[in-house]
Write a protein that binds this ligand. Structure first.
Ligand SMILES: *[C@@H]1O[C@H](CO)[C@@H](O)[C@H](O)[C@H]1NC(C)=O
Ligand SMILES: *[C@@H]1O[C@H](CO)[C@@H](O)[C@H](O)[C@H]1NC(C)=O
Length: 260
């Protein structure tokens, strides 16, 4: 009996370890086959590989983040690089982002459900921080050459507090870190207004104002069914129909972390 329990515990721990990160690759690389149609319904963990005999050096080089992307109203630009736009990353358990902040620009509080992030300040002065599950905030201004780590799943944020543009290079320990922005998750997702009023102590008018600010234009009209989708967050990248480990199907925009 005791032995059985031990075996079960070991199995549980192994499963837990496996679930805590992207799966290990079973080959040197698996350059994503970007032929139309080959990705649409694939599980993210097993997107089809290009024939490795056809691999070239350029499959492992990405040149798309030399300059900043388009800026949002909050003075923020992000270009997320994942296997869809950099096929050589596929199965390697990593992805990255270039983020730029204009003077005073912010990256709204958000989190990545599946990855820890390392953020390196390439230029500028950035107030950076995160909040732990006890609501303690860990934040300070970091400058060019400094790095901050945002633990997986914790809410984090950035603001350019310098007098010049700031650039950050962020790296994730998942090829599909996921992104959930707090303002749009709360006010832009269609949660019943009455609940939001009670939760935040806001009037219907104030809720309406927040709604208009954060509900994406295409979703402003009431919907019949609850939408179990993560909205696309980029225009750069094709949408992918993905299955998550909980086997619900999500339409995930793997693109940029653009503020809406
Ligand atoms: C990969 O390419 C090589 C060389 O062209 C070929 O011999 C091999 O059959 C291909 N493998 C697959 C699975 O298509
Ligand atoms: C920036 O916006 C322009 C015009 O909408 C678009 O053509 C371009 O692809 C965008 N660039 C990026 C990096 O998203």
């Amino acid at each position: 009996m005791y032995q059985e329990m031990t075996v079960l515990l070991v199995i549980f721990l192994i499963c837990h370890i496996i679930l805590a990160a992207d799966p290990d690759p079973v080959q040197d690389f698996c350059i994503l086959n970007t032929k139309p149609g080959s990705q649409r319904t694939a599980r993210f963990n097993s997107l089809p590989c290009k024939n490795s005999s056809d691999a070239t050096t350029d499959d492992f080089v990405f040149s798309g983040i030399k300059t900043a992307g388009n800026f949002t109203k909050t003075g923020f630009s992000a270009m997320s690089v994942n296997p869809i736009i950099f096929p050589g990353l596929n199965t390697l358990g990593m992805s990255f982002v270039r983020a730029d902040l204009g003077v005073g620009g912010i990256n709204v509080p958000h989190f990545h459900p599946r990855a820890t992030e390392i953020a390196y300040v390439v230029q500028g002065k950035v107030y950076s921080g995160f909040v732990d599950s006890a609501n303690r905030v860990f934040a300070k201004v970091i400058e060019k050459g400094e790095v901050m780590v945002f633990p997986r799943g914790l809410v984090h944020f950035q603001m350019n507090v310098g007098n010049s543009p700031a650039t950050i290079f962020g790296c994730f320990n998942s090829q599909n870190p996921g992104l959930q922005r707090i303002p749009s998750a709360i006010f832009g997702s269609g949660i019943k207004e009455e609940l939001l009023e009670k939760a935040f102590g806001l009037s219907p008018r104030q809720i309406g104002k927040m709604r208009r600010r954060f509900i994406p234009k295409e979703l402003r009209h009431p919907r019949k069914a609850p939408v179990a989708t993560i909205r696309s967050v980029g225009s750069l990248v094709p949408h992918l129909l993905l299955e998550t480990s909980s086997s619900s199907t999500l339409l995930v925009g793997l693109g940029t972390a653009q503020e809406q």
